[in-house]
Ligand binder design. Structure first.
Ligand SMILES: Nc1ncnc2c1ncn2[C@@H]1O[C@H](COP(=O)(O)OP(=O)(O)OP(=O)(O)O)[C@@H](O)[C@H]1O
Length: 371
């Protein structure tokens, strides 16, 4: 996927700007607070429905404006019904989103959309930014979201199962809070267990598919860590009992607590290291490299399944990675054919020297100028 045009209106400090990126490497430079990250946030918004720095209502809308607007146009290969790329042909796609923080209005390829998910499944963006270390060191919900986002893009049957599970969980929690009787809980336990087993299976298989790529990436970017593995924790003792039994066993405790204590909504995954006891032993830089490896493994997998790379956004790259790692990551991405967006207060050292081609944009005073 290659973005050919990105328009922002009322996004953070921007009144109205438009950028026409190149198909390969795009570098946005500018002083602190110029708005470089905001451009990547707008791109991220179109793929996740939120910024990597929070939800739209957490300050993404320009102060005093009623809503932000983002419009993105991109090229992608034409795929058949089975997802395979059809004879090297490409098509242009367009998506627009107006979001007030409460209400939204979206269009995809000229049509209004009923569900935000329809818009988000169209453009795929993988973002590495200063908060990305949380994928390794942060809370489990960040790691679950990572798996679910990847599955959402590569497995059509996943989203209905995810919705089924979320609905059954809401219902069960409401019944637990109202101290409902066993008969009512039985029905929702059944639904929760069915959807939960499916959901768990999707995630476990997906993580196993990511593992070889992840291991290769950590071997390349952080060889000192030794071999790595991805280990899934389903959210209940899955190797001992089915989810239906785990829910029944937990029922009395859950009634007292007023929420469901077992199931895929409590799942997590972790990285195992051959030469380290665990993630606590990682340096901050190593934590970032492991998180970056997980993000790139996901992008790699998505490219293999969908026939094209997601757009890759690297926010403040030079302050996140040393020069050697910047070079390795950029060279790897350019070799893959991905469109890459990089921001920095200055041209990253890896690009200032060397002969890598890139398009440069300068961000200043609420404007974006090609250089
Ligand atoms: N809701 C808002 N309304 C108006 N201005 C905002 C809003 N939110 C943030 N800003 C301003 O927009 C800019 C956002 O900058 P952004 O984080 O994109 O900058 P940056 O170029 O990435 O900076 P840095 O190099 O410091 O990370 C800042 O100047 C900030 O004060």
């Amino acid at each position: 996927m290659r973005v050919t045009r990105l328009d922002l209106r009322n996004v953070r400090r921007f009144d109205e700007v438009s950028i026409r990126p190149a198909s390969g490497l795009n570098v946005l430079t500018g002083g602190n607070g110029a708005g470089k990250s905001s451009v990547l946030e707008a791109l991220h918004l179109m793929a996740y429905g939120r910024s990597f720095r929070g939800r739209v209502r957490d300050g993404l809308v320009r102060s005093g404006a009623p809503a932000l607007e983002v419009f993105v146009e991109w090229r992608e290969p034409v795929t058949g019904s089975d997802g395979s790329v059809v004879g090297g042909t490409e098509r242009t796609r367009r998506a627009g989103l107006r979001h007030s923080g409460q209400d939204w209005d979206g269009r995809l390829d000229g049509q209004s959309i009923a569900q935000l998910g329809d818009l988000l499944s169209a453009l795929a963006v993988v973002t590495f930014e200063p908060g990305s270390h949380a994928l390794v060191a942060g809370s489990a919900d960040i790691r679950r979201r990572y798996l679910d986002w990847g599955l959402f893009h590569v497995e059509q049957a996943f989203t209905p199962v995810w919705r089924r599970y979320a609905r059954a969980l809401r219902q069960r929690n409401a019944l637990l809070k109202s101290r409902a009787g066993d008969a009512q809980l039985d029905a929702w336990d059944h639904e929760l267990a069915q959807a939960g087993e499916l959901l768990s299976g999707y995630r476990e298989t997906f993580l196993a598919r990511l593992e070889p790529g992840f291991r290769a990436l950590t071997g390349e970017l952080a060889p000192a860590l030794g071999g790595t593995a991805l280990e899934y924790s389903p959210g209940w003792r899955k190797h001992e009992l089915p989810l239906a039994d785990a829910l029944l066993l937990a029922r009395d405790r859950d009634r007292l607590a007023g929420f469901t204590s077992v199931g895929p909504h409590r799942a997590d995954w972790r990285v195992g290291f051959a030469s380290l006891p665990g993630r606590e032993a990682l340096s901050r830089g190593q934590t970032k490299l492991v998180a970056l490896s997980a993000l790139l493994a996901q992008a790699d997998h998505l490219a293999a399944v969908r026939g094209c790379w997601p757009v890759v956004a690297l926010d403040d790259l030079a302050s996140e990675l040393d020069r050697d790692h910047q070079e390795r990551v950029i060279d790897r991405l350019l070799a893959s054919g991905a469109q890459v967006w990089v921001t920095g207060t200055e041209l990253p050292p890896a690009l200032a020297a060397g002969d890598r081609g890139f398009s440069l944009f300068h961000v200043e005073h609420g404007r974006i100028e090609p250089r």
